[in-house]
Design a binder for this molecule. Structure first.
Ligand SMILES: [Zn+2]
Length: 307
């Protein structure tokens, strides 16, 4: 069974009308509960020392104890609360746990995380800490010769991830995103592929193939797939024109690319802001149901790509 860690056992207290779609996490877990190919597990909390592998100690301490500058919280977009701290620690802890699981099974996921706008010294855009970067740093500590790829398919650039690993030759960051969308000051990923507003399935899929070919040349031994679905047509924050079928094709391309090359990895959530939110939930659920069908291909003996 495909193990997925969830975080909605910790609630983020938000004021009425806040634009973060906190409901989607519970709805997604509920949508996957009946799937007998999926095993849902509560995410454990990350420890402070996990966060400090990537994030500045002052930033970590100030967020955890609530003394963080309100200007920094405004950039993140959430009011500070003890509930937000627990939820954030679970989000990072879920991706760490999924990483450890994927080392055993080949593939695992987290129904949270993918918080790719978080930088070393500050958060941004609904992202406090960068769960994927923290987990990758743990992996590199365990296996110093490992090469890690980020396949970031959220409609917004993975700017935090790109900046964090800008000088790290063992990491390749691929980001496919809307050219006209947040963040408006882009960072430099290993490879950025930008789309004009309204881009549809065919152009997107062709660009993804080009991107994955570049990652193949890099030769990763582990991958993080940030599977944001805010590229879906009609998404409130998306600006692209992808269909559910196009997103399924996207997911199939990434998963078959990973499994064919024996690259274990973790699927994280990402953005998705459709109205109604059920449409976003359907797109996320589709990703994880498809991933569960790929799991047997990941469980086969693997080549290692460490160099
Ligand atoms: Zn996004």
């Amino acid at each position: 069974m495909l193990t997925l860690f969830y975080c909605d056992h910790y609630d983020i207290p938000l004021p009425p009308g806040h634009k973060f779609p906190v409901r989607k996490y519970r709805l997604l877990r509920e949508a996957l509960t009946a799937d007998c190919a999926i095993d849902l597990a509560p995410a454990p909390l990350a420890f402070e020392h996990d966060l400090r592998r990537i994030h500045d100690a002052d930033f970590v301490a100030a967020f955890l104890d609530g003394s963080i500058d309100p200007i920094k919280m405004r950039r993140i977009g959430f009011p500070w609360s003890r509930g937000l701290v627990d939820r954030t620690l679970a989000s990072v802890g879920g991706t760490l746990a999924a990483t450890r699981t994927a080392l055993q099974t080949g593939l695992a996921g987290v129904l949270a995380g993918g918080t790719h706008h978080a930088f070393r010294h500050e958060g941004s855009g609904f992202c406090v800490f960068n769960d994927m970067a923290v987990s990758a740093a743990w992996l590199l500590e365990q296996q110093p010769s490992l090469r890690i790829a980020f396949i970031d398919l959220d409609v917004h650039q993975g700017d935090g991830t790109a900046a964090i690993f800008a000088e790290e030759p063992r990491v390749f960051s691929l980001s496919l995103h809307g050219a006209q969308n947040f963040p408006f000051r882009k960072q430099k990923s290993s490879l950025d592929i930008e789309f004009p507003d309204g881009t549809t399935d065919q152009a997107y899929v062709a660009a993804l193939k080009t991107g994955l070919a570049a990652v193949s040349v890099f030769g990763p031994g582990f991958a993080y797939f940030q599977s944001g679905v805010d590229g879906l047509a009609g998404d409130r924050l998306g600006r692209l024109g992808l269909t559910l079928a196009g997103l399924a094709e996207r997911d199939r391309l990434v998963l078959s690319w990973m499994s064919a090359r024996g690259i274990p990895g973790v699927i994280t959530l990402g953005g998705g802001y459709s109205d109604p939110i059920e449409r976003t939930v359907e797109a996320h659920a589709q990703t994880f149901r498809l991933a569960a069908t790929f799991l047997p291909d990941f469980s086969k003996p693997r080549r290692t790509f460490s160099r």
